[in-house]
Design a protein around this ligand. Structure first.
Ligand SMILES: Nc1ncnc2c1ncn2[C@@H]1O[C@H](COP(=O)(O)OP(=O)(O)OP(=O)(O)O)[C@@H](O)[C@H]1O
Length: 241
């Protein structure tokens, strides 16, 4: 991890109509680290990630990419990745690669454990395999920042672990990985920095050690419960609209 940030987020708010979903979010994302965004359902994780990658425009505030100058600064796995039908997994990656560095996509498929399905059409992939293809797609062109929205969603425990392991390896070689997840054990095993979102605001941010100390607990679940309370209902921002 380096002290140089790859992304700066200054006072970002995002509203849909009259409902404010993100409120005054500021953060600095350090290079070569795994940064995890956690928080209850509906707390704004996807909205934040979509705003950071430029998929949504903030209502106010600024997101600045300040990493190395490159053809693809940010790779992104959306919460529900979609692919053009009629292409195989390998052809899908080859298409993205042809727009960037033109490198053989086979190693990317191998890295996510999808090499055996390289010639399978995207419509014929299982949900988990689509997720893995989406993760491979996010890494095409070697972007300095990779943003993964719930990458473990739909994956079996071994594949989830492998995806987070890959994220840690990428961070070890200088890539920054920003990931949202509900899997606190994997976040705890992998993340250098954790951002806790609660109803659209950053309720806490820091290293795991800092957060555990600050909230006097020995687990990330303890941190989350201390920050947002251990309720069993979704907090719906803006009421029932
Ligand atoms: N396009 C939209 N229009 C209106 N409201 C939206 C839109 N997208 C998200 N929201 C609202 O913003 C809030 C945050 O949603 P978001 O998907 O960002 O949360 P999340 O933390 O990713 O949730 P989850 O963990 O369930 O995936 C929710 O109340 C949601 O209903």
């Amino acid at each position: 991890m380096s002290d140089d940030p790859v992304l700066r987020v200054d006072g970002v708010s995002k509203s849909f109509g009259s409902v404010e979903v993100l409120s005054d979010v500021s953060a600095s994302i350090p290079s070569g680290s795994v940064v995890a965004v956690i928080g209850p359902n509906g707390s704004g994780k996807t909205t934040l990630l979509r705003t950071l990658v430029g998929d949504l425009r903030p209502t106010s505030g600024v997101v600045s990419y300040v990493g190395p100058d490159t053809d693809r600064p940010i790779g992104y796995l959306p919460q529900e990745p979609t692919f053009r039908p009629g292409f195989t997994a390998a052809e899908t990656l080859a298409f993205y690669s042809s727009l960037l560095d033109g490198r053989d996509p086979e190693p990317l498929l191998e890295r996510v454990g999808l090499a055996a399905a390289a010639d399978r059409n995207v419509e014929a992939l299982s949900g988990g395999m689509r997720q893995l293809l989406g993760i491979a797609q996010a890494t095409v062109g070697d972007p300095p920042l990779i943003v993964l929205d719930e990458p473990a969603s739909g994956l079996d425990p071994n594949m989830s672990e492998s995806v987070f392991g890959t994220a840690a390896e990428m961070a070890g070689s200088g890539t920054t990985v920003l990931v949202s997840s509900h899997d606190l054990a994997l976040v705890e095993a992998t993340a250098d920095t954790v951002v806790v979102l609660d109803r659209g605001s950053v309720a806490a941010i820091g290293s795991l050690v800092d957060l555990r100390e600050r909230f006097e607990t020995d687990s990330l679940r303890g941190v989350l419960n201390a920050v947002v309370g251990d309720t069993d209902a979704v907090a719906v921002v803006g009421g029932n609209r």
